[in-house]
Design a protein around this ligand. Structure first.
Ligand code: TXA
Ligand code: MG
Length: 328
């Protein structure tokens, strides 16, 4: 396929064009408040197949279905519990994905054959308009080749999938920068499957107990692979910010620092500081772009400083840990 057209999302005509592409079974990359998504008509199995091919994503990894208003739920799920309704009232539109028992008409391809479907109502105005104008729910994984770092601006999508997408809507950088919080509502207790900017404390305030899937469970859940969001350059996480870098002398190394770096090692070829003041929101917003810049330098190894696993820190460390998991 030829290189995709990149159109400014600020132009209503771009959105109309993009909605037409979706309705005709094509693929559109679009901004959300978390990361850029690669979208298609969720009810069109051929279009969904194209997403898996474009990303080279294994078919056991289910997709999130994006909707613009609650009436669209009728096509996706048979009924709603009180807890589910409360979460939607509190956090939709916004970066919360709920895994719910699915309707038979949701294609098995979307859900990787599971009896559940992941649903999210993004708050980004471009995503909202696109879904409304397309008039169908949009299945959208993050718009990156499978396993690589998620895209937080249009150029990241061009770099990774530029020739495999019909259209890219450029809506500028994503304001949150890490993927949505995913909560499974199927079990006795709601279960956090993927940490994001909506924290477990915020969820508990609305619905009471929420359990954290044990690392073993999350690692074996569909799509929650131990190695993910991964740079091509191997990464090591520094448990203690003051620790010496262990790199052998001949290695060229880079550092990802959450705030002011504690490492002033002369051998560092590059340093990325996620937030000079240690603000975790700013750090999350910069995380994936910084990882991509470090990765592009072709260094021998990257080191990442850790942060406290509270609030957004849990989401940041989740991504860093998966990035640092060696490829077999
Ligand atoms: O912020 C986001 O959620 C972004 C934007 C584009 O909306 N999307 C995103 O999609 O991160 P993706 O495909 O990269 O990650 C979705 C993950 C899957 O890997 C899988 O782990 C989980 O959602 N998932 C989807 N359906 C599921 C289901 N039925 N049961 C359990 N997990 C599910
Ligand atoms: Mg992804």
């Amino acid at each position: 396929m030829a290189a995709a057209q990149v159109l400014p999302a600020s132009n209503p005509e771009s959105l109309r064009l993009a909605a037409g592409v979706i309705r005709n079974g094509g693929l559109v990359a679009f901004p959300t408040e978390t990361v850029y998504g690669l979208g298609c008509d969720a009810l069109n199995p051929d279009a969904v197949t194209r997403i898996f091919e474009a990303k080279q994503r294994p078919s056991f990894d289910p997709l999130i279905v994006h909707i613009a208003d609650r009436s669209a739920l009728e096509t996706l799920i048979p009924l709603l519990s009180t807890r589910e309704r409360r979460l939607m009232e509190a956090f939709w539109p916004g970066p919360l994905t709920l895994v719910l028992p699915k309707h038979a008409r949701v294609p098995d391809l979307v859900t990787a054959g599971l009896p559940t479907v992941a649903v999210r109502m993004p708050s980004h105005p471009v995503a909202q308009t696109l879904i409304r104008e397309a008039g169908v729910p949009i299945a959208a994984p993050s718009a990156n080749p499978f396993g690589y770092v998620s895209p937080t601006c249009a150029q990241h999508v061009v770099d990774g999938l530029g020739d495999r997408v019909d259209l890219i809507l450029d809506g500028g950088p994503c304001p949150i920068g890490v993927e949505s919080t995913i909560v499974s509502m199927g079990g006795t207790w709601p279960e956090l499957l993927r940490p994001g900017s909506i924290t477990i404390a915020a969820l508990r305030k609305v619905i009471g107990p929420v359990v954290r899937a044990t690392p073993n469970q999350t690692l074996t859940a569909p799509g929650h692979l131990p190695r993910h969001y991964a740079t091509l350059t191997p990464m090591t996480i520094l448990a203690d910010p003051g620790i010496e870098l262990m790199a052998p002398d001949h290695e060229r190394v880079g550092l990802l620092a959450i705030s002011q770096p504690n490492h002033r090692d002369d051998r560092l070829s590059a340093i990325e500081v996620l937030s000079a003041t240690g603000d975790l929101r700013e750090a999350a917003r910069n995380l994936f772009a910084a990882l991509r810049r470090l990765d592009a330098l072709g260094l021998d190894r990257l080191y990442a400083e850790s942060c406290d696993e509270r609030g957004l820190g849990l989401a940041i460390m989740d991504r860093l840990r998966r990035c640092a998991t060696p490829a077999n």
